[in-house]
Design a protein around this ligand. Structure first.
Ligand SMILES: Nc1ncnc2c1ncn2[C@@H]1O[C@H](COP(=O)(O)OP(=O)(O)OP(=O)(O)O)[C@@H](O)[C@H]1O
Ligand SMILES: [Mg+2]
Length: 239
């Protein structure tokens, strides 16, 4: 563990991202504890998971567009300024040996930067542009992620099959056993089952609530759907 909490002591401006319900909630609830080696951020589309995870990444010293702390390319400036206002409570005497910020939306640019740096050797030896989306992401997790690292992942399941999600789950468990910490925004009922994790669900009102695996909406809804897809479809189509 490297970061044990995130705080937002003041709301310095109006407008995005400071007027998002989740950002206001982060301020009023006195921050967010990261109590376990894996912190999972759940919540519906638009609830503010990416905004939060990107801000944590920026506060931790990562490039807002993704990559390692050594990456400093920028192709566009859509990242919010929230990161500059977050305070991270770090675990004394513990510094990550390595790390990665995966932003699904700009993984392509990260792959280009890796090629330009001539660094494909650390990522399995093949240009990530010559692998499928899911293959390149699993290359990254297998070859580039290592022990004692800090990993911030925004919807890593975007690229992955069910098998791929299971492979990533195993890799995360392996790396947390070796002293790594993860903060992951996800909709995946598989990744929400990560061992040694806490799930924080962001509600439509921005409230951040710790929930059990069974309570998480992505898990409960998927279960209901899978138990009888025809029944849910009939319900939705007749509504
Ligand atoms: N650059 C921006 N300027 C203004 N509003 C933005 C900007 N980026 C995101 N938003 C808004 O902030 C809200 C939260 O967006 P965010 O991307 O953090 O949600 P999310 O929880 O990651 O959603 P998803 O599950 O779809 O990825 C959304 O309503 C979005 O429209
Ligand atoms: Mg998002």
């Amino acid at each position: 563990m490297f970061i044990k909490a995130v705080r937002l002591d003041d709301l310095p401006a109006s407008g995005y991202p400071f007027d998002l319900p989740v950002v206001r909630a982060l301020h009023t609830r006195g921050g967010l504890r990261l109590p376990t080696p894996v912190t999972l951020l759940a919540g519906d589309n638009g609830s503010g998971k990416s905004t939060l995870i990107e801000a944590i990444a920026v506060a931790a010293g990562f490039n807002p567009e993704g990559g390692t702390t050594a990456f400093n390319f920028a192709t566009r400036a859509t990242e919010s300024t929230l990161g500059g206002h977050l305070t991270l409570s770090r675990v004394p005497g513990r510094k990550p040996r390595t790390g990665f910020f995966l932003r699904a939306e700009s993984f392509y640019n990260v792959a280009t930067e890796i090629d330009q740096l001539g660094a494909t050797g650390s990522y399995g030896g093949t240009s990530l542009h010559e692998r499928s989306h899911g293959e390149s992401f699993l290359d990254l997790a297998t070859h580039r992620f290592g022990p004692g690292g800090l990993y911030l992942l925004d919807e890593p399941e975007a690229a992955l099959s069910v098998n791929g999600c299971l492979a990533l789950l195993l890799r995360i468990a392996e790396l947390t056993a070796l002293g790594s910490q993860f903060v992951i925004a996800t909709h995946s009922p598989i990744l929400l089952a990560c061992p040694d994790s806490a799930i924080f669900e962001i509600g439509t009102d921005g409230a951040i609530t710790e929930v059990s695996y069974d309570q998480a909406e992505a898990v409960a809804l998927t279960r209901t759907f899978l138990a009888d897809p025809g029944r849910m479809l009939r319900y939705l189509l007749n509504d």
